[in-house]
Structure formats: C-alpha cells, structure tokens
Design a protein around this ligand. Sequence first.
Ligand code: G3P
Ligand code: CA
Length: 295
Amino acid sequence: MHTINVILWMTLVSLLACGMVSSTRAATTTPTALQLLRSKRPLVIGHRGYAAVAPENSLPSFQRALAAGADLIELDYYHSKDGVPVVVHDDTLDRTTDAVQRWGGSKHRPGDYTVSQLKELQTGLWFKPPYPDAPFPTLTDAFDVIQKGSVTLIERKGGDAATCVQLLRDRGLINRVIVQSFDWAYLRAFRAMDRDQVLAALGPPYSRDGKRLTESERALNARWLDEIQSMGMQVAAWNKQVDKTAVRAAHRRGLKVWVYTINDEATAHQLLDAGVDGIISDNPALIWKCLATRR
Ligand code: G3P
Ligand code: CA
C-alpha cells in the first residue's frame, strides 16, 4: 500500500512537471498541521522552497516546491524595522538580495529597513540562472503562494513570538502552518501564548550553560527529547545526528522526528531506515524519488 501511494505521488509530480494538471491543489484539500503529523509515510519538506532550482526563500522557489508536491515548504523570517515578518535566511540582506548594488555599503540588516523599503529589493538576481522578477517577500506574501496547496514550515530567525501568534490568528492559520526555531525560549513563549499550534524544536543546540557541546552530546537522545516534550513541542527537527534508537525514543514520547538538510540519496535512505518522520531538503523531488524506490 505504501509503495502504491508513493508511486501515485511520483506520477502526480511528473504530471505537474509536464503541466498536465494544475499545480495548485484546492486549498480546502490542503492537510492541516495535525493531519500531517498523522501521516503514515515520511513527509517531504522543501527547504527554503525548492532551493536546488530557484533562489532560496523567494516566491518562485515556493511555487516550484508547490509544483513538486512538497508536504511542507520551509522558509526563514526576521522582522523589518516596522515589525513586519519578512522572508530571508541570513541576518543581512547582502547575499540573497540586491541591497548592496542598490544601496551601496554592506551588512544591510532586515531590521534596519521598513517593509516598504525592503519591497524595493529583488531576491533572484544572484542565482544562476538569475530570476529577474522575484520581489522581496513578506511572510504573508509567502503564505499567499504556499498555502494554496501546501503547508508553510515557518522558521523564526528573529522577532518576538507575540507578533507571529497574532499574525497566524488574524489570518486563520493556526495549525494550517507549523512553526519551528532554534531559539527554544521563543518556542516556550509561543507555547505560553497558544496551546494548540504545532511547534518544532530545531536542534541540536550548540552550547548549554555557556559550555560548547561535543558532537556526541549534540546527537538526538532521551535527554533532549525529555526537554522538547516538557516544552510542549510536537516535533524534534534535528540534523543528521539521529539514529533508530533516538527515533524510537521520540515516538514513545509522542514526538515526531524530522531531519535537515538532506540533499543526497544515501543519507536520505540511511535516515529513512532509522525511521524519521520527515526530511527537509533543497530538492523535494529527490526525496520523493527515494521514497518511491525503497523496498
Ligand atoms: O529547517 C531547518 C533548517 O532550515 C535549519 O537550518 O540554517 O537552513 O535555517 P538553516
Ligand atoms: Ca531554515
């Protein structure tokens, strides 16, 4: 049954790629966050959209991830100077926008500019080949693309939890998206304000109590899982330091395990063998291929 489902998905992805069916599933059929957590197969999650083929965290990247049938589409946000969540990965605009060419200087931070100033920027000119029409997106611009047929995996890089909670409530998006962060204080603050929203703890932390952690201390283990569970999270989103024992321990606690950022088939298969519940990849179609070709 699992194999048949995956083959059907692969067929759909091929048809979408050929333009034979609409790339936008009806919004009413888009799964909720809770339905995704109940999935019987591992989830395919596009990292920064479909960053292997389009400029990361841009609207074209999100459109391509949608066309590739990604279950979730990940992005990163900071706040603009006037407190609007805007989509960008780095803490400066220099690498992925034309801020330096347009404004001169360097180290342009999203929080130094209003949203109307940020809207002057393009996000696809640095990419090879360049995308000439990829305007700088706010978080709501991204929702308007992604939520037509997928689920946004929002990674908070900067900004307070209250603004995100309010934005999701205002737009009716609580549990129509999933929120994650490396900043566990932000996640605790979010959970204190909202009991329902599905949240993912990104890990591993680099240090604890001012002490840098070793590689083995950073692997997913019972201690991390206990902490994540006690914070009221639903997902541990970890890097590759995940094994079968850790996934079993997570499942015993009612937690899901997702892994990032997996861009090669061998690692994807190794993590699928370990039983992970989701794979975050720059190349969602590669992960569909892995699922389709597993015995
Ligand atoms: O989704 C997890 C992953 O995006 C975290 O790392 O640096 O790509 O935001 P980064
Ligand atoms: Ca991210």
